[in-house]
Ligand binder design. Sequence first.
Ligand code: ATP
Ligand code: MG
Length: 577
Amino acid sequence: MRMSKLFVQTLREYPSDAEVVSHKMLARAGYIRKLTSGVYNYLPLMWRVLKKIENIVREEMDNAGAQELLMPFVQPKELWEESGRWDAYGKELMRLKDRHDRIMCLGPTHEEIITAVARDGLKSYKQMPVNLYQIQSKFRDEVRPRYGLLRGREFIMKDAYSFDTSEEGLDKEYNNMARAYKKIFERCGLDTKMVQSDSGAIGGSVSHEFMVITDTDAGENDVFYCDCGYSANSNHAVSKLPEVVVDGKKYFSETKIVDTPNTHSIDELCEFLSIPSTIILKTLVYIVDKKPVLALIRADKTVEETKLMNSVGGMDIRIASSAEIAELMAEHGFDAVAGFIGPCGMTGIPIVADETVRDMKNFVVGINQTDKHQVGANLSDLGLDEIKYADIRLVEAGDFCPECGKSLKVTKGIEVGNIFKLGTKYSKPMNAVYLDKNGKSHPYVMGCYGIGISRTAAAAVEAHYDEHGIKWPIAIAPYHVVIVPVNIQDELQMKVAEKMYEDLKNAGVEVVIDDRDERAGVKFKDADLIGFPYRVTVGKTINEGLVEYKIRETGDVEKVTPEVAVEHLVEIVKNIK
Ligand code: ATP
Ligand code: MG
């Protein structure tokens, strides 16, 4: 490719709405252009990167025995009603109406469609196991599309779905996919951690995420891990806690109601009563699937919303607003504001208590009266209907590993892929069944496996860059090398550059020649920004028969003959896995 012809416009500045490295660099280097919020054009350089990632994914999925198909992007409401997700999915599901008033949606994922495909054709145990996948654009009306390709509304995903006759079969395929994913990300030049995670809206019992660990702002997930091998996303992580005072008897010899004016926060309450937060029972109001839920937790700890949501089998969770709290108080004959809420008298509302609450004694608790708390309280005396205990606590750095007891560490990660054991979550409600040896019907045992193709490309930038631009891992770089003749008016320079260009092309190396009539400095800047893994500069030293061979990753420079440069590059490209 000739740089003079390549459809790429590099920008002098980063776009003003770009917050993270990959968004800044991909936009400035001319890979992507925003069309509208969370929706991007993939320009030629980007498309080459995406196709390379897709091809690696294809090869490894095919090697692992999966078969590629392609399902429609527009999906009918009826299938989503069969699975029960039409109401549950929330606003991320982009719904629309056709000219006949039929209601459709843009595919955010394809469990419903693939289950219907299987139901039509997968009738016998003899046809299983089978794993079907596609690579396709998805649409999710994300609340906060941001970070460029990392969290778009339209994005490219590989989604695979496996069908088995037994849990053992599913386990086997799940492990097979985990192995394939490891290879895929390695081939893309990405270091990933496979971490335990929550199964979220897709549901099921077991799931893992593949995280690119990053120290940039783009890591949206906290990953807790331990040298012993334990690692989990924060929405799933569990831990052991250091021992602390959880019995308030030293502070309160009897149970009574005390005035606690203006103690709206835990800190204020601790200061006012001169107590540690570990003897305060904190009560929080959440709205899960539009209904209130009370969460109780020891006040030095934080509620992990996903864990709380899962503990009541919900699909959607948020903290209640002050207006909602006021309404709830009024319904129960109280008028307390946040900071003074407690579980007493809140009949008819599910109450979930974190495991930390079990050991608490003689604690301080809100009683739904502003500026008052009860001290020296015990759960058994509060006269509550029914409490459900669950681990709804956010793990924090310094907590101990649930498996070996050592201190857990925390880091940021970008989720590039995930694998789920779905079981019969979709096949059962959708009545998607096969016949066993004896002619008896059973729902399929399913798994699903996603990879964010466009997110993987952006994550690769987050993991490989410097202040000058992108440093693509060679396997997914748009081109392997750029040849830069310093002065295109110089006949010898151009002759050597053109010959190398032809030789490299003929040997299967993906090469760009920067034949623009620009200053060398401009060409070098663009080469670094775009992130070609190798640069060969043909300048004055060609008079001594030498060119400059530069490795983007390390910045190492060598003077070699054009023939040696070509040989090196051909060898490197031959060895790309
Ligand atoms: P997240 O928690 O990041 O929203 P998810 O759990 O919703 O991801 P899945 O529904 O399982 O993800 O999708 C599979 C893969 O698709 C994810 O691992 C991720 O790589 C990618 N992906 C999901 N949402 C987006 C998005 N908005 N933009 C780009 N890629 C995405
Ligand atoms: Mg999501």
